[in-house]
Design a protein around this ligand. Structure first.
Ligand SMILES: [Zn+2]
Ligand SMILES: [Zn+2]
Length: 80
């Protein structure tokens, strides 16, 4: 049985493009640390972004039993 495709991520940071599936992340400051500094971006609804299916895992978030490293297990990559 093939794994099913994941829904698109819920939220994405408008600066570093970190992804989140947590509702509580929406409109909150990004918590990723980039080059030793906390990202100054904000998680925005991912509905406003364009998405590509991850080529490595075909939007399933898994490659065999492993979490896909190309998309971090989200199954989607931001277009562009
Ligand atoms: Zn960020
Ligand atoms: Zn992937």
């Amino acid at each position: 049985m093939r794994p099913s495709k994941l829904p698109k991520p819920l939220a994405a940071c408008n600066v570093c493009h970190a992804l989140s599936n947590l509702h509580e992340s929406l409109n909150h400051r990004c918590d990723k640390v980039v080059s030793g500094r906390r990202c100054y971006g904000t998680y925005k609804s991912a509905m406003t972004y364009l998405w590509d299916e991850c080529e490595s895992c075909e939007a399933t978030g898994k490659v065999g039993p492993q979490t896909c490293s190309a998309c971090g297990g989200f199954g989607w990559t931001m277009y562009g």
